[in-house]
Design a protein around this ligand. Sequence first.
Ligand SMILES: Cc1ncc(COP(=O)(O)O)c(C=O)c1O
Length: 375
Amino acid sequence: MINEKVRRMELSGIRKMFEMATEDTINLGLGQPDFNPPEDVVDHYRKAMLDGYNGYGSSYGLPALREEIARHQSKYRSDITSDNVMVNVGATQALRIVMESTVCRGDEVLYPEPGFVLYSPQTRIAGAKPVPYPVLQRDDFIPSVDKLEELRTPDTKAIIVNSPGNPTGGVITKKAVKEITEWAVDNDILIISDEVYEMMVYDGDHISFLGDHDNVIAINSFSKTFAMTGWRIGFMVTRSDWIKEIGKLHYYTVACPPTPPQHAILYALKERIDFVEEMTRTFKKRRDVIVSRLNDINGFDCLTPKGAFYVFPTIDLNISSDKFAFMLLEKGVLATPGNAFGSVGEGHIRFSYANSTKNIHRAMDILEDTVEEIL
Ligand SMILES: Cc1ncc(COP(=O)(O)O)c(C=O)c1O
């Protein structure tokens, strides 16, 4: 009784690899920080439950949390208030209801390739056609407006952008944000901007698409920021009239986001921003280690990513990225083949550096041995 739409869906390539890993595998496949949220934040979660915050809350999210999010986001656009914010069940659910609320059958949605695995399936689930646009190493993994214009048709309704980027670690420039925004305004295209790695930028600042343009929906999350991927709290920021409209779907989908973690996150946003700053400093050190090790290995070419916690080197060894990732997995290192992020990712492999420096070195030693075997 399962319908064709679901039957035809592919299981994400990342999940497939995950399921093959054993306990001893060095996991550089992780899309989540290898940290725990700060203990006092966890205490606030527990306290919220003990204080009786166990019931349904506002569908849009805890009012005080929406206000605090608005305060943070107003650095990108000064008129943002809590009316522009909705708290969601992770960025995943935020994106799901945004797609469902904005695009229809016959519409085309441009999305980055290589890109996060949700974009194409979620576009399809909403009935629209996903159209990949390339983000290439030679362009620092930044989208090119000329390419977007080439791919634009009268049916292009929306573009999904993602900076800092998964899987590339690419960070968009002010100039590119301006050019893409102008192009979107000229062509009446909605910008859906996935900014979940907003706080993890190593060099320079995060440039948000939440500028002066009104037709932008920013998708965000606390999953990575406070190392709480399992708490499932994300949010979106957009026009208040759109929050009201999308809010209907939000209510009919989840009723409301979970109540206790929102209390803990409110505390974290007010008191523990130092946590993400410290975690980002640690990631930066690991980034430097993994980039330098990779560039010393035959056949690998790795850009220094400016954000998130992934490297996305090219492999030039006459072997598919799938096959190479499986060889590595057999030797005890989990990484994600580039084509799991779309066919443009072929020839790359993604390593997450959400693992200790010691494990990164061990994994790079194994990688070196594997390459020697191939050569
Ligand atoms: C770019 C990007 N967007 C969205 C998500 C989903 O985040 P959440 O845990 O908030 O659903 C991820 C998770 O890996 C991601 O990498």
